[in-house]
Write a protein that binds this ligand. Structure first.
Ligand SMILES: NC(=O)c1ccc[n+]([C@@H]2O[C@H](COP(=O)([O-])OP(=O)(O)OC[C@H]3O[C@@H](n4cnc5c(N)ncnc54)[C@H](O)[C@@H]3O)[C@@H](O)[C@H]2O)c1
Length: 351
């Protein structure tokens, strides 16, 4: 199949591109490398993948790349609440307008399948276990952009382009374009580098999934054209942040947990997620454990592949601030972004 990965040079996309190529697909990656890290796409992506530099808010570019594709996958945008708060309008352009503009292009090019990377963050805070039928409860800008895109994409795609929304658990593990800013990767890299695991409170629950499993799920939904919303992760991998710290301490010899008071007001997400739907459709697709992912990250540091995990290049929030300051990324305000920005305001303006 001819698969276009929008934002495919990032943490998930670079891992997915290798897996999709290994399964015989032709992959085109469109990415603006917005984090200003000096990434070389030739080192991140498989040799047979086509790399197209560009901005995922550019309708003409998206129309060109959708032409002749079997599947368009949108995994660009800003990840997480802290980075999204840096500039709400920018977050709306990258996380809501961009997937909508890409959907318009996919529909016009008669692409049969569109896959949108969403997040379990759409559930916010919930008692009990949430599944795909649970009403979303977005707690911040990031989750609001994902919820609105999931709701509005079917209107733009129409009946001839199937839509899949992948609501990912928090991802861990190693990838060609390494990130160390999500909970497992941050704890494991820090534990390996310093022997300490800072933990403030830690009662909130986070479902987890390994980056390699996300790539396998993407291949599965593309090859079987599984439409609809899917929580991506495993029922066995719903942990509190305290339990994650304890596992990391077990995995990294000699590492100790530094306990402090609960401080996570900026990120109040707390939910237990059911992944039963995915397990029925793609049994065993998400079978890599927290232990394995944490060990993988710790090994990157312990073997010297990563010498300073504290560098901004591994952290999207700091990377975005650097890119923003350097003028490498900013608001575009083109007519499409303005139109979708107004939709976002209309949907969430009263909050
Ligand atoms: N990593 C996680 O834990 C996680 C969890 C849930 C959902 N997700 C979702 O998965 C997707 C991918 O996440 P990731 O961790 O790979 O992020 P990432 O930041 O590593 O990758 C995103 C890529 O998109 C590119 N990009 C963003 N906006 C762009 C624009 N306007 N023009 C050109 N390129 C642009 C960036 O350069 C980057 O390479 C995101 O949609 C994210 O919301 C990720």
């Amino acid at each position: 199949m001819r698969i276009v990965l929008l934002g495919g040079a990032g943490y998930l996309g670079s891992a997915a591109s290798h897996h999709l190529v290994s399964r015989g697909h032709h992959v085109t990656v469109v990415d603006g490398l917005i984090y200003n890290r000096g990434d070389d796409p030739a080192r991140l992506l498989p040799a047979t993948a086509t790399f197209v530099p560009g901005d995922l808010r550019d309708p003409a570019l998206l129309a060109r790349t959708a032409e002749g594709a079997d599947v368009v996958v949108h995994l660009g945008g800003i990840v997480g609440e802290p980075a999204s708060r840096l500039d709400e309008q920018l977050a709306v352009e990258l996380n809501y307008a961009s997937p909508m503009i890409a959907a318009e292009a996919a529909c016009a090019a008669r692409v049969g399948h569109y896959v949108f990377f969403s997040s379990c963050s759409v559930y916010g805070m919930h008692e009990g276990t949430v599944d795909e039928d649970t009403e979303p409860n977005p707690l911040g800008i990031y989750a609001r952009t994902k919820v609105l895109a999931e709701r509005r994409l079917p209107d733009v795609l129409g009946d001839d382009t199937a839509l899949t929304s992948l609501r990912l658990a928090t991802v861990h593990g190693s990838s060609p374009r390494q990130r160390l800013d999500s909970v497992v990767n941050a704890m494991a890299s820090r534990a390996a580098a310093t022997g300490r695991i800072p933990l403030n409170g830690g009662s909130q629950r986070r479902p987890l999934v390994h980056v390699g499993d996300v790539a396998r799920v993407l291949a599965g939904v593309v090859e079987r054209r599984l439409a609809g919303a899917w929580n991506v992760g495993s029922d066995r991998e719903n942990f509190t942040i305290g339990e994650i710290a304890a596992t990391v301490a077990d995995v990294v010899p000699g590492a100790v947990i530094d306990r402090g008071p609960e401080q996570d007001e900026a990120d109040a997400r707390d939910y237990r997620v059911s992944f039963a739907r995915l397990q029925r459709a793609l049994p065993g697709a998400c079978s890599t454990s927290l232990n394995d992912g944490a060990r993988e990250i710790a090994d990157l540091v312990l073997t010297g592949h990563i010498t300073d995990p504290g560098k901004a290049q591994y952290d999207n929030h700091r990377g975005l601030i650097a890119a923003f300051t350097a003028g490498k990324v900013g608001r575009l305000g083109n007519p499409d972004c303005a139109r979708y920005g107004a939709e976002y305001e209309a949907a969430w303006g009263e909050r």
